[in-house]
Design a binder for this molecule. Structure first.
Ligand code: ZN
Ligand code: MN
Length: 495
């Protein structure tokens, strides 16, 4: 199968990632743990840009950037240096941003995604280090705001800006790219994607191989997909009406789902880039071997290993490795000697499915329990122990509880704060599988009490059988195995 790209869509992304797992900012000792702090409390003369303050580079930023570069299979520059990007805006107290220009630390990388036509490679043009500006807080909406407040807690936090080639051919591919990239970054342990502002995306998009338009500051992966769908439709409409798409920067209005014109795009010369005189160029070739040692097993490699080691399907392996914490949790469960295939089903299909349904995101794993937190309301959080999943998988594997009961146990563990083991929940809710004679008794009663349905079934109405099975389940309070009940009814009526 070859994807023809009928609308000539080309999408490139520019992604700012906050290295929010580093304890301190890029050029000063201020803590990066500001998400629950009062505004302007994590600041100092350096990140406030006060006259005379000089930057001291945090070595960990360079190591993290090398790590990212290696994971993207990119080239790491032998020598790299910082530039000043000049622009005047209140979020930038120095009047310039320390960034990189013509010697980025990483170039020519790639990420392989599942594209429209199977595996698809997206080129990474470059990745460079730069400092985060402060945060503007608009009072009310951005268009009608009466005033703007500035919080410099974010000022000077380390960023890696990654620029891709325009290799994505649909909004779906762009979203898959972002999901994969986030997954890799979390494996590298440099980044927590759950924190606000951790990953900020600008997208370039053109149709019919034409002029590209930039859409700025999209906050979520889903937002990127929506913004691109809208923008592609808008550009196609402009062309259909005989117009021309103009090169411009647009802003995505998340609430209305539309893109709005902001300004014509700046050219690089507008920024008057020049070398940062306060920081020396660095030769970093010697650093690479040590950083390489710290590289973990990456998602694709882990996926292949899971299939081989645990004998699970590619679908399960993909889903289990989509989050490093979930992959570790699954291996923690398997290490206790459970059947890895059954554990994969209950972890990847049921547990993860129920989390997604509740808008819960996995947020921690400490070797004993996996934690999750609500995507929009951080007060809602909970965890499940490895030992609980082990017990559940074993009870199911030994035939002591039904499918339905096992799902019920997982739901209960997600929804209640009390720490109860699966057996306690099963006991309290009476979920143990009904004894065979109890099911046999329920089948006999059901047949005796539902003459009409029995006759319909014998007359060829198949769905009456479902009704009868339903009655048996009701009598046994859902503890019967549905297939057993079904087989028993058929045996009873048709011999
Ligand atoms: Zn500071
Ligand atoms: Mn940037």
């Amino acid at each position: 199968m070859v994807y023809e790209n009928p609308d000539g869509v080309r999408i490139g992304l520019e992604i700012h990632i906050q290295l929010n797992k580093l304890k301190t900012k890029m050029f000063c000792g201020c803590s990066t743990d500001y998400h629950n702090a009062a505004p302007n409390t994590h600041t100092c003369p350096v990140c406030l840009g006060l006259p005379g303050a000089l930057p001291v580079l945090n070595k960990k930023v360079v190591e993290a950037a090398i790590k990212v570069g290696l994971a993207l299979e990119g080239e790491i520059a032998e020598e790299t240096q910082f530039h000043r990007k000049n622009y005047f805006y209140p979020d930038l107290p120095k009047g310039y941003q320390i960034t990189q220009y013509d010697f980025p630390i990483v170039s020519n990388g790639k990420i392989v995604i599942e594209g429209e036509d199977g595996e698809h490679t997206v080129g990474i043009t470059r990745a460079h280090m730069e400092e985060d500006p402060g945060k503007l807080v608009h009072i009310g909406s951005i268009e009608k705001s009466k005033g703007v407040l500035i919080d410099y807690n974010r000022s000077g936090v380390s960023l890696i800006e990654t620029v891709t080639e325009p290799d994505m051919r649909s909004p779906k591919e762009a979203r898959r790219f972002l999901d994969k990239f986030r997954n890799i970054l979390e494996y590298l342990d440099v980044f927590d994607g759950n924190l606000e502002g951790a990953m900020r995306v600008d997208a370039n998009v053109s149709v019919h191989w034409g002029t590209r338009v930039e859409v700025k500051n999209i906050s979520s992966h889903k937002g990127v997909e929506r913004a691109l769908l809208y923008e592609i439709m808008r550009q196609k409409n402009v062309i259909r009406r005989g117009g021309k798409v103009s090169q411009e920067t647009r802003h995505f209005d998340e609430g209305r789902g539309v893109t709005l014109s902001m300004r014509t795009k700046e050219e690089a010369e507008d920024y008057r880039y020049f070398r940062e005189p306060d920081l020396m160029p660095m030769r970093i070739t010697d650093w690479i071997p040590a950083v390489k040692e710290t590289l973990p097993e990456l998602p694709d490699a882990k996926r292949t290993r899971f299939i081989e080691q645990y004998g699970i399907t590619d679908m399960h392996a993909k889903s289990l490795t989509s989050k490093i914490m979930l992959a570790d949790f699954y291996e923690g469960v398997c290490a206790k000697g459970v059947d890895p295939k059954i554990a994969a089903t209950w972890t990847a299909d049921v547990f993860l499915g129920e989390l997604n349904y509740r808008d819960l995101a996995i947020s921690s794993y400490d070797g004993e329990k996996i934690g999750f937190i609500h995507a929009k309301d951080p007060r809602i959080k909970n965890s499940i122990k490895v030992s609980d999943m082990v017990e559940l998988v074993n009870l199911f594997a030994e035939g002591k509880i039904s499918d339905r009961a096992a799902v019920e146990v997982i739901r209960t563990m997600l929804d209640t704060a009390e720490e109860k083991t699966p057996s306690q929940i099963i006991e309290e809710k009476g979920l143990f599988k009904a004894e065979d004679d109890l099911v046999t008794k329920a089948v006999a009663e059901t047949i005796a009490e539902n003459e009409a349905a029995v006759q319909d079934y014998l007359g060829g109405t198949e769905k009456s059988l479902n009704f009868l099975v339903g009655q048996v389940m009701k009598k046994t309070k859902g503890t019967a195995d549905a297939k057993t009940a079904r087989d028993l009814i058929i045996k009873e009526l048709k011999g």
